[in-house]
Design a protein around this ligand. Sequence first.
Ligand SMILES: [Zn+2]
Length: 325
Amino acid sequence: MSPNGGGTRQVVAVDLGGTWLKCALVDETGSVSRSRRIATPTDGRESVLEATSTAIREAADAAGGVSAVDAVGIGSPGMIDGDGYLHDAAVNIAGWADFSIAGELERRLGRRVVALNDANAAAMGELRFGAGRGTRDLALVSVGTGIGVGIVIEGRPHAGRGGGAGELGHLVIDPGGRLCACGNRGCIEAYASASGMRSLVRELADGFDERASDLARAARSGASDIEAEHIYTQLRNGDPLAAAVNETVCDTLARAAAALALTVAPERIVFAGGIMGSADLIIPLVRERFGRFVLPHVAASVEFVVAELSSDAGLVGAAAAAFAV
Ligand SMILES: [Zn+2]
């Protein structure tokens, strides 16, 4: 029986990002209500905590108040450990560094709060409500500005010591290779992220005839706003430079998948991010490369799927984590 007296359990979920703070009431079927979005305060930790707890109280009001919901879940950027403590800084949120997110919110709300990294939240959301249904061990690889990796082991998010699990985007696959945003060279993120792809286009453009490649022509004319999705539009048009970039991206994602398969052995790897709108051009090639990097029995043991949750993924994922405690 739920504390609210009804048969349906409800939690309040928060998806905290550098730009927006989203909050909603989520039930155990993943249905979202009382959803609202406010601009994330930019003047420091106290303001963000205050805005977050106010949003949580308002969402909970519809269920009879904070004491009537089962729990509160919050997904946030940054390295967050299993106790909800943020290690180091989440660079996109002012003052969001080295403190217990769960502890601070619990103190304000008087309710159990589960805080976890946003990639782990996305993985939990897919496990409970999306492409990971029916599994217990899952990894999620999200291709965006960077590479986010979420890991779920036996139905629970795996944060690791200091929240450091899943920092796979900075695994070096090419020593001395392309410069990564972290300052190191040859990281996965330097090849397979949206920013990595943009640099790859510029780097490889010289090897392609502009008469055969619109993408090469755009890169040489200095276009700096080549979106990752645009590369895939051009790939569908038969652009050879787009094909070369996709080869590198898929090879890199296959290395990430191999690292995951050989360390955590997930049943499924869920691929997420804007470019997965072109998953038909990506997943088969990742699968083929993956088969070169691992033994056949390992290759056969992992399913590759595309994320199913879309705009509410962060909220639904934070809710899934709150339901899992
Ligand atoms: Zn790096």
